[in-house]
Design a protein. Structure first.
Length: 66
């Protein structure tokens, strides 16, 4: 998981927000080297900085032949 301080929170980074007891925003989830989602989580507040995939070499084939 890529986390950051939530927008509108009292701190500017995830570690400081956690130490302060604030909730953190989830910006991306990566499992087995594959980005599950990148962007805004529907279940947590928006992050202060946006996450994006600059380059991904993982094939995006979701067929059942694995």
């Amino acid at each position: 998981m890529l986390v950051d301080a939530c927008r509108g929170g009292s701190k500017n980074d995830a570690l400081s927000a956690l130490k302060n007891g604030d909730i953190v925003g989830v910006g991306a989830v990566i499992s087995n080297g594959i980005p599950g989602f990148v962007g805004r989580s529907r279940n947590t507040p928006e992050t202060t900085r946006r996450a994006k995939v600059a380059h991904c070499r993982v094939p995006r084939d979701f067929s059942a032949e694995h």
